[in-house]
Design a protein around this ligand. Structure first.
Ligand SMILES: *Cc1c(COP(=O)(O)O)cnc(C)c1O
Length: 220
């Protein structure tokens, strides 16, 4: 089933949209099924789960951290993580920079915006990002590379609302691009859309979707 789900998804996604398979709560055997079907990019939302999976599974897997990341856990994923989606404060970015430097690497990340109405979802406001970008020390953080933005819509059946939230994330992306990253070609990622809303997300400009249950089936 996993192989078929992946194939169906991949043929339906536009070419510019990257698929991140969200494997949280799924055991290694299940992930290997997707891996053996040719998929190499996976996302997890908890450090405690991501680290053992990284250690046990093939080393050519690209691991994305998509969940809310706590500062004291950055050190565990800094040696290997490919892209951090779940960022919500300047302090966290500083910590990622510090741990990246210790590992003698640069870590790619996305700026997570709070676009949903729920407080349980994390992320920056546009004002907070602006303040960070304009901080005189910001350019000293040379071990982080900002690749774009990420957001999660409100959990609701109201698809107009979801669409509006995705639209706002796209607008934040365009504003940041204009104001701070116009010369930076790899500031190009808009990570939005999950199993229930990725089609709308793509219509609103997403080029990276994070899909779990539509590939692996429902979680317990
Ligand atoms: C779980 C999760 C997803 C995938 O959710 P599905 O509805 O299973 O596709 C995407 N993004 C984040 C941040 C998640 O935590």
């Amino acid at each position: 089933m996993i192989k078929e789900n992946l194939q169906r998804l991949k043929t339906s996604l536009p070419n510019n949209v990257e698929l991140i398979a969200i494997s949280k709560t799924k055991p290694n055997e299940t992930i290997l099924e997707a891996y053996n079907a040719g998929h190499k990019v996976f996302g997890e939302n908890r450090v405690q789960e991501l680290v053992p999976k990284y250690e046990e599974l093939p080393k050519d897997i690209e691991w994305h951290m998509v969940g809310n990341l706590q500062r004291n856990k950055v050190k565990y994923i800094a040696p290997f993580v490919s892209l951090i989606h779940g960022t919500s404060s300047y302090r966290l970015l500083k910590e990622i920079n510090k741990e990246a430097k210790k590992n003698d690497r640069t870590i790619d990340l996305l700026i997570q915006f709070h676009i949903a109405e729920e407080d349980s979802k994390h992320g920056f406001s546009f004002e907070e990002v602006k303040e960070m970008m304009e901080d005189e020390h910001f350019s000293n953080y040379e071990h982080i590379n900002i690749r774009g933005v990420m957001g999660m819509a409100t959990f609701t059946d109201d698809m107009d609302k979801v669409r509006k939230e995705f639209k706002s994330l796209n607008e934040y992306f365009q504003k940041l691009k204009e104001e701070y990253f116009s010369e930076k070609e790899d500031f190009a990622t808009i990570s939005m859309g999950m199993s229930g809303d990725y089609e709308i997300a793509i219509e609103e400009g997403s080029n990276m979707v994070r899909v779990g249950s539509a590939i692996f089936g429902a979680r317990e």
